[in-house]
Design a protein around this ligand. Structure first.
Ligand SMILES: [Zn+2]
Ligand SMILES: [Zn+2]
Length: 259
């Protein structure tokens, strides 16, 4: 069984045909799905989806792209954490590639999400594009004030150096369909060196469909392609990759009852 640790089921591309998306996921062996909020006006939709299906959970937070428009406050997020289906904080992080929101606001929001993680004891879902330096300095500081700090660097597309520092800080590394892309040799080299107990897999659907589905709408069923590539890269059986990444998921998102 596989777990898609990061996708956006509430986005139109998936929500309009959600029943069939979930049937195909089940057929592919995807047992659980984590649905990630990106802005204030989709908090309720990810919660509704998680409430409706017993194998789906969700996280609450504001993506760096939406920081400028959302003007989110600590209280806006914290009010959701008592919901049993809300198991993480994010996605948050820094995106200096698109810079849709000014840097200083992205940083302030990321720090606020770290504070919420500390307050709620829920793991962070971190998005990174070219923000390595600031992410490391913020997380290093946060670790000092909150030794229990943890989370995941999602859709990993950076260097081994960055991955290993995040791992030292207690974080997990999640690989998406990018791992299957022809030009992603460096990401595969990195994946090979990640300790097995820190690996996660995700689709980031509806985006980034893996080979052989590139160009199509991505969906949780396709997380299997990332698992296959990871098994090839790490030279361990697909069965073991499934077990390892599933176990890691429940270790990180430990609010979810693991039966
Ligand atoms: Zn992201
Ligand atoms: Zn995402």
């Amino acid at each position: 069984m596989y777990i898609d640790s990061h996708c956006h089921l509430n986005f139109n591309e998936l929500s309009e045909d959600l029943e069939n998306v979930l049937i195909r996921a089940k057929k592919s062996g995807v047992s659980s799905i984590l649905c990630i909020a990106t802005k204030k006006d989709n908090f309720q939709s990810v919660i509704d989806i998680a409430n409706k299906y017993n194998n789906i959970w969700c996280t609450i937070g504001v993506h760096p792209h939406s920081v400028e428009s959302d003007d989110i406050k600590f209280e806006d997020i914290i009010e959701y954490y008592t919901n049993p289906k809300v198991v993480g904080i994010g996605e948050t992080g820094l995106d200096y590639h698109y810079n849709y929101s000014p840097k200083d606001k992205q940083i302030a929001s990321f720090k606020m999400h770290c504070d919420i993680s500390k307050e709620t004891n829920l793991p962070l879902i971190i998005h990174n594009r070219l923000g390595e330096k600031d992410i490391l300095s913020i997380l290093t500081h946060q670790k000092k004030i909150n030794p229990k700090l943890t989370g995941v660097i999602h859709c990993f597309s950076s260097t081994y150096e960055f991955a290993s520092k995040c791992i030292e800080l207690g974080f997990y590394i999640s690989f998406s369909g990018i791992l299957t892309f022809k030009n992603a040799e460096l990401i595969r080299e990195t994946a090979k060196k990640i300790p097995l107990d820190r690996l996660l897999i995700e689709t980031d659907a509806p985006y980034l469909a893996p080979v052989p589905y590139r160009g199509k709408v991505n969906e949780p069923a396709y997380v299997v392609e990332t698992a296959k590539k990871l098994s090839e890269v790490c030279n361990i059986s697909l069965d073991d990759i499934a077990k390892i990444t599933t176990n890691n998921f429940f270790n990180l998102f430990n609010k979810i009852p693991h039966v």
